[in-house]
Design a protein around this ligand. Sequence first.
Ligand code: G4P
Length: 564
Amino acid sequence: MAVFLKIKLKAYLYADIDEYNKQHDTTLNNTTPHDTMLNNAEQQEILRRRTFAIISHPDAGKTTLTEKLLLYGGAIHVAGAVKSNKIRKTATSDWMEIEKQRGISVATSVMGFDYNNYHINILDTPGHQDFAEDTFRTLTAVDSVVIVIDSAKGVETQTRRLMQVCRMRKTPVMVFVNKMDREGKDPFDLMDEVESELGIHVRPLSWPINSGERFKGVYNIFQSTLDLYTPNKTQITESLRFDDVTDPQIAELVGEQDALKLQEDLEMIEGVYNPFSREDYLAGDLAPVFFGSALNTFGVKELLECFVQIAPSPRPVEAVERKVEPMEDGFTAFCFKIHANMDPNHRSCIAFFKICSGKFLRNTYYRHVRENRQMRFSAPTCFMAQRKETVDEAFAGDIVGLPDTGNFKIGDTLTAGENLHFKGLPSFSPEMFKYIENADPMKQKQLDKGVSQLMDEGVAQLFVNQFNGRKIVGTVGQLQFEVIQHRLEHEYQAKCRWEPLQMYKACWIESDNEAELEMFKKRKAQYMAKDKEGRDVFMADSGYVLQMAQNDYKNIKFHFTSEF
Ligand code: G4P
């Protein structure tokens, strides 16, 4: 540890990073500092952090809920302050709108605020499904997730897909059933739907009294209190509270019939569902459920209060080499998102790093593991509500934004010196594929650079067909192709042309049987491609072709994600 510190301190003395690198064998920095822990006060800082994302199908109420949480945190004072980060369908070809949206999404990428004694970081995820890949990656940087479901629509496609990622990573999930002020599905039916569609056990921690026009409030099972519904779109209102569901006053307020129905429902809940277990929630096996109306700031406080108490503080993160504990003294972080600058004349980006362990300090040298060199950052930013602020220090659980001029790729690791590689940034098979061609022969270099950087930024995925050498860009939706073309033109002065390609799925393949794998690659040569990491990918042009391949080559596994 002493050697390690000495090296770190000495790094201050060298003005030029390259000079520093030249004079020091960076492998010297390979000491493993994880045997020492942060001091008590610093550990407390980490324990009070709650870093999570809100996910939903577009229009379920993610933006509204985020805003109301910020309102409770005192981070904003009026509703309507948080701009929606979604690119609306009508704006598909409106470039100004897309640029504007990109700007908004940088401002709202991470929203940090303090609530009671907790420090909360909400990571925003793009609502538009064409940017689902962005959302998948953001989910690798959170310690838990809140899923918003529209009470009338139930579980929708986007939610189902995002939940798959949570399940893969065993991320603890909490559900907020929104829009109870509208006529919705029966809450018991909704619970069944969540269980079967999202593949997770549920446990209601609050329960609604009716919905729509007859919506009267929510009984908070977690705290044994009753909140009566008073619609209020702009302010936080304290609702009346009762400690016991059999209190005769409840019947006076909601009516005899509804009070009785509530008692029956609660009995049923106790009978049908197991008692809430925090352990199961933290293991990602059980989702506590809350009901409310984000628009009316109703049920949000209950969600927030329960959330801060039961949601996990920063969790250990698996690296290839070892498991990294948040309380370790040595700083480690990984890059999960790169956001391009709005100004096309300055091709600088912000690289978002999730701190996995230790403490980050401004102007301190850290090791960029992939490039094996030291870097320090004079203007790192943290995000408080909607402000970006330069920070001097940040802790495990926090997200720091590092100004970047093309040094970072998604998945890069920064450490205090250790040679460490974080796992868990999967790529998913794209849904749409096109050949990308150069439309201006004089600008081949610019095009190659632009495509390479945009792919590093995670805008889309690039595959190179091994048979004909042609480049294939895979996306989740049409909008991404338009964004790539626009950005190539405006940021790299390159022009591209798209050629249609009929493709079903990209499958990452593996097998214990080397000979069979080689045989497969030979036989299917025209379908074989490499992804940007050089991994073998089988590009199936139809479901039938894939099925035939699966039948014929029993020893080969076909994966729809790059991580398996
Ligand atoms: P999203 O980020 O998940 O896409 O959803 P967002 O919060 O933008 O909400 C989608 C629409 O649903 C918005 O209406 C919003 O006002 C409405 N909404 C959110 N929560 C509730 C609720 O509890 N009850 C009711 N009745 N509506 C709710 P919009 O008309 O599409 O947009 P806006 O003009 O209100 O911004």
